[in-house]
Design a binder for this molecule. Structure first.
Ligand code: BTN
Length: 246
């Protein structure tokens, strides 16, 4: 069992580090914790049909290969928690106002600084492998107008970070959280995840089926669905895309 980042494959250019990881897994055994990092992705993948845009050599774009065979596939959302918290722990070294926007976005202030794309391969009852793709905006100074909701660490710190050092630190933070999962410290992971969740225990406005309603996020269930308490103590469960923050 290798620690996250014990092997780092550095690529100048690739279509997508997640696709590269898929190809590696198809070819043979890949040790847990292997990281594939690229300076530039020609077809970086985001959530859904989105692309992940990142200027060459300025940010972190990488994938981690895990073999979480100890985890039942039904508990896979715990891996989202592990990775999100690893990112929050890392960013908290530099900045204060960081949050997880359910389910997969990492925010600095109210702007998106990082994104996570997780792909699992389940064989029978076994979570055979997981590719964790992470995009984190580090040194990019400007974003296209279509990415007006994006931010980078540089924009907040006014200082560049060395990408390789940042990657190692981030991998260490992820490894700490992954070890907590291996040790079944799930209560801690869940409590920390809730604490970092945007809008947790605050009354907010949401859009559900095109209608604006108010509610208070009270957590996520074991499948990663959002739990929102609406006026009258009515707790509803929402899957991704069923609810939007206003
Ligand atoms: C999102 O849409 O928020 C998820 C973005 C994930 C981007 C990363 S960059 C490294 C890895 N390779 C990809 O093609 N995508 C992920």
């Amino acid at each position: 069992m290798g620690k996250t980042g014990h092997v780092i494959i550095e690529l100048e250019e690739v279509d997508s580090t997640n696709l590269y990881a898929e190809r590696m897994l198809r070819k043979g055994v890949v040790e847990e914790g292997t990281v594939i990092q690229a300076k530039f992705q020609t077809a970086g993948k985001g959530q859904g049909d989105n692309q992940w845009e990142s200027l060459p050599g300025q940010n972190l774009t990488f994938s981690i290969i895990l073999h979480p065979r100890f985890l039942l596939p039904t508990r896979q959302f715990l891996l989202n928690k592990v990775i999100s918290l690893g990112l929050i722990d890392f960013l908290s070294i530099y900045i204060e106002d960081v949050a997880i926007k359910w389910p997969n976005d990492i925010l600095a202030g109210l702007k998106k600084i990082g994104g996570i794309l997780i792909q699992h391969r389940v064989e029978g009852e076994i979570l055979e492998s997981t590719i964790v793709g992470i995009g984190l905006n580090v040194n990019q100074t400007k974003f296209d107008h279509n990415l007006s909701g994006a931010a980078s660490l540089f924009q907040i710190l006014h200082q560049e970070l060395k990408l390789k050092e940042a990657l190692v630190l981030l991998c260490n933070r992820i490894e700490e959280r992954y070890s907590q999962l291996r040790a079944e410290e799930t209560e801690r992971l869940e409590a920390d995840f809730c604490r970092a969740l945007l809008g947790y225990q605050e009354e907010k406005k949401f859009l559900v089926e095109g209608k604006e309603i108010s509610g208070t996020i009270c957590g996520v269930d074991e499948f990663g669905r959002l739990l929102v308490e609406h006026p009258g103590n009515d707790v509803k469960v929402y899957a991704h895309k069923e609810i939007e923050y206003v």
